[in-house]
Design a protein around this ligand. Structure first.
Ligand code: T4K
Length: 370
C-alpha cells in the first residue's frame, strides 16, 4: 500500500546540494561558524526581516538556551501553553523554571490572552507563547501585558517560518523568537533552529551558551554548551531557502484543496485565516466534534491508518499531562486545550502531496461521518 505520512521533508535536487557542499572538500571546514553558517545567517536575516539571528543545532536548543541567556532565578514562573510539542515545556523545566499553564483560545489554539493576567504572581518573569500550527498569537495584547508587568516574551515560533504579521516577519516580535528548521518543517536544515532578537547583550550571552563560552582562543568568559549548526546543515538551508517561496505556494494549493472538500461540513472545524497575516501553511489541523460529525477523532485516525495514511494527533497528549511530570500539573485547569487535544487530527500536508491523494484522504474522512 502506498503510504502517505503527515509530512515529507522538502529537499533540493541532489545535484544542487552536491554543488553547494563541493567546496567543503577544498576547505575541510565542517563546523564552528564556517562560511556556509555565516552565509545562511545573512540570508535569513534578510528573508525573515529580523534584527539579529543566531543559528543552532535544533529549534529546541534555540529555545532552551534563549531562556537560559535571560538569566532568570531558578524557580521563577514562565506562563506558557500545554497545547504544543514537548520542547516548549521542557525548555522551561530544564532551566529550573516553573511552567504556569495558561489555556488556549478555541479558534486559533494560541494562548488565551484574556487568561494571562490572572496567572501572574510576584515570581512571574516571562511569557512563552506558541504560534501553534503557524497561527500567530495576539502579539499586541501579549506585549501590552508584558510591558505592564515587566515580563520578557519568548515566542516559540517553531511553526512560523516565513509568516508575516502586518507585513513584518514574525521573528521580529517579542524579546526573542525561536524557529525550528527540523526536517518536518516548512524550511529545513535537516536539523536546525534559530533565535531572533534585537538586544546585543542578550546575543552575546546566547553565543556564549552555544559555544562553550569561548570568546577567543585564549579567552573563555562563560560556561556554555555546544549547540552550533554545522556546515552540511547550513548548506541544506542555503539550498532550501532558494525554493521556500515555491514550497509555501504549493502548500497553499494543497490547503485550498482540503478546504474545498472539508469546509462547511457539520462537526468539522478548520484552521482559521488570520487577519493581517501572511501564512505559511505549515499544518492542516481538523477538529472533529463527534456528536455532530458522527465519528470521533480516533475513529477518523484509525480509518486513515487502515488506508496507509499517517495523520497525527498534534498535540495530544497535552504537555501538562505528560507522564514525566508525575501528576504535578492538572490538565483540567486548561479545559479548552484539553478539549481540542482530544479532538484534533493534523492531516498530511507537504508541498508535493498530489491533489489526488488529498481527494482520497478527504473521501476517507467524510465516509467516517455516520
Ligand atoms: N516547539 C514546537 C512548537 C515544535 O513543534 C517543535 C518541534 C520544537 C519546538 C522543537 O524544534 P526541533 O528541536 O525539533 O527543531 C516532529 C519533529 O521532530 C519536531 O521537530 C516537531 N516540532 C514535531 C511537531 O514533529 P515527531 O516525533 O512527530 O516526528 P516524526 O519522526 O514522527 O516525523 C513526522 C513525519 O515527518 C514522519 O511521519 C515523516 C516525516 N519525516 C520525518 C523525518 C524525521 C520526513 O519526511 N523526514 C524526516 O527526516 O516530531
Amino acid at each position: 500500500m502506498n503510504q502517505i505520512l503527515v509530512t515529507r521533508s522538502s529537499m533540493p535536487s541532489m545535484e544542487e546540494y552536491i554543488e553547494e557542499i563541493r567546496d567543503i572538500w577544498d576547505t575541510h571546514w565542517l563546523t564552528n561558524m564556517g562560511t556556509k553558517h555565516k552565509q545562511l545567517q545573512k540570508e535569513l536575516i534578510e528573508y525573515l526581516g529580523v534584527g539579529k539571528i543566531d543559528l543552532f543545532t535544533n529549534g529546541h536548543m534555540a529555545l532552551e538556551l534563549s531562556l537560559q541567556a535571560l538569566g532568570f532565578p531558578k524557580g521563577s514562573e514562565v506562563i506558557t501553553t500545554p497545547f504544543t510539542f514537548a520542547s516548549t515545556t521542557h525548555a522551561i523545566v530544564r532551566n529550573g523554571l516553573e511552567p504556569i499553564f495558561c489555556d488556549i483560545n478555541p479558534i486559533d489554539f494560541t494562548i488565551d490572552v484574556e487568561k494571562i493576567e490572572e496567572l501572574i504572581t510576584d515570581r512571574t518573569v516571562a511569557i512563552m507563547p506558541v504560534h501553534v500550527y503557524g497561527n500567530i498569537c495576539k502579539i499586541e495584547e501579549i506585549q501590552k501585558i508584558a510591558n505592564k508587568y515587566g515580563l520578557k516574551v519568548i515566542y516559540d515560533a517553531a511553526h512560523t517560518f516565513g509568516v508575516k504579521y502586518k507585513q513584518q516577519g514574525i521573528g521580529a516580535y517579542g524579546d526573542v523568537s525561536c524557529f525550528s528548521f527540523h526536517a518536518t518543517k516548512v524550511f529545513n536544515t535537516v536539523e536546525g533552529g534559530a533565535a531572533c532578537y534585537k538586544d546585543e547583550d542578550f546575543g552575546l550571552e546566547l553565543y556564549r551558551l552555544k559555544n562553550f563560552g569561548i570568546r577567543s582562543q585564549e579567552k573563555v568568559d562563560g560556561v556554555g554548551a555546544n549547540a552550533k549548526m554545522n556546515e552540511f546543515c547550513a548548506a541544506m538551508g542555503l539550498c532550501n531557502l532558494r525554493h521556500v517561496d515555491e514550497e509555501i505556494a504549493k502548500r497553499k494549493s494543497v490547503v485550498e484543496r482540503y478546504v474545498e472538500h472539508l469546509s462547511g461540513v457539520e462537526g468539522i472545524q478548520l484552521n482559521p485565516e488570520q487577519k493581517d497575516v501572511e501564512p505559511n501553511y505549515a499544518y492542516f489541523p481538523v477538529i472533529f466534534d463527534e456528536k455532530v460529525f458522527g465519528a470521533s477523532r480516533n475513529e477518523v485516525f484509525e480509518a486513515l491508518a487502515a488506508h496507509g495514511i499517517g495523520a497525527r494527533k498534534y498535540f495530544y497528549p497535552l504537555t501538562n499531562s505528560f507522564d514525566c511530570f508525575h501528576g504535578k500539573y492538572d490538565s483540567n485547569k486548561t479545559p479548552v486545550a484539553l478539549h481540542i487535544s482530544k479532538r484534533v487530527l493534523t492531516l498530511p500536508l507537504y508541498a508535493d502531496l498530489p491533489m489526488g491523494d488529498v481527494d482520497r484522504i478527504c473521501e476517507i474522512v467524510l465516509k467516517c461521518a455516520k
